[in-house]
Design a protein around this ligand. Sequence first.
Ligand code: SAH
Ligand code: SF4
Length: 350
Amino acid sequence: MIQLYDLTLDELTALVTGWGQPAYRARQIWQWLYVQKVADIQDMRNLPADLRARLAQETRLSALEVARELYSADGQTVKWLFRLPDGQLIESVLMGYADGRRTACISTQAGCAMGCVFCATGQMGFARHLSSGEIVEQAVFLARWLEGRGERLSNVVLMGMGEPLHNYEQVLTAIQRLNAPEGLGIGQRHITLSTVGLVPQIRRFADENLQVKLAISLHAATDEERSALLPVNRRWPLRELLDACRYYIDKTGRRVTFEWALIAGQNDVPEQAHALGSLLQGLLCHVNLIPLNPTGGYAGQPSDPDRVAAFQAILATYGVRNTVRVRRGIDINAGCGQLKAEVIRSRDVR
Ligand code: SAH
Ligand code: SF4
């Protein structure tokens, strides 16, 4: 079955002209998909009935079926668990901020092959890559939901389930469609890709000449500690990762964000703070410190506030800019992969 959100405008044009329809019909459908964001083919009102019938018969508008919809008590975070046509479950999270930003955190794979020990998605293993349409449609769904409330989606972060650079082609196509003025129209600077550190793909991404923000999941500043948390570090150790980051900064002129989940007694110790300071000193970058979200498959706990403050104080002596991020939606398992993990454990998904 053809999934409409998988098609480029050219492919959609080829499809409808192949059915004997004029090419402008493709543009009309495109508008319904990305501007009006209708949830049903029958709502594409300016199309002739025979075209709507054929579309309904031979294509699928939506690949996302809502399995769960959860609202955080903070009133600003909503999480969806979606079931894909083959039964795979993926998650998307919408986060609202006081400054008016509305950020969609979307998934790029069902599961993940990278095996980071503290991550609920990593603990599930890899199921499959998502298609570009399955990636884009998550943002469309959240944008539609917001528009129903008179609000607008402003940012997209590829920080849900999966490793975006492991699914390079589909993710790049998705980014282009999220960004395109005749697509969702989200500015490149408002799109962030987060990677565990696939070095060749970071270099390739730098060469794409995009203005998309890059975030690197660092989490440790020595190879020994990082390899214990993120198995990928054994393949591409810190020196190679940092070289790739410098390459990205040189090519794009953009600063890189480093993500650091603070784990009590593990990577929140003074030695790690000093190692991080030396590693990043002088680099055009920012560090996001996020107290760990505990997960079922990992015994680690988030750092206490005084440990966080001590860590920040050490970083400051190296002039490394950093922010402590508030954890969002803990009550709705908004952390990466956590809702799906919880649903699988309790087997109560309807
Ligand atoms: N695969 C990509 C993007 C998805 S994960 C990556 O790893 O970067 C998004 C972010 O959530 C990453 O920085 C990841 O390290 C972090 N993360 C995963 N599990 C977490 C947890 N239990 N607590 C805090 N951060 C977590
Ligand atoms: Fe995959 Fe990212 Fe989770 Fe690591 S942190 S297992 S790369 S989703």
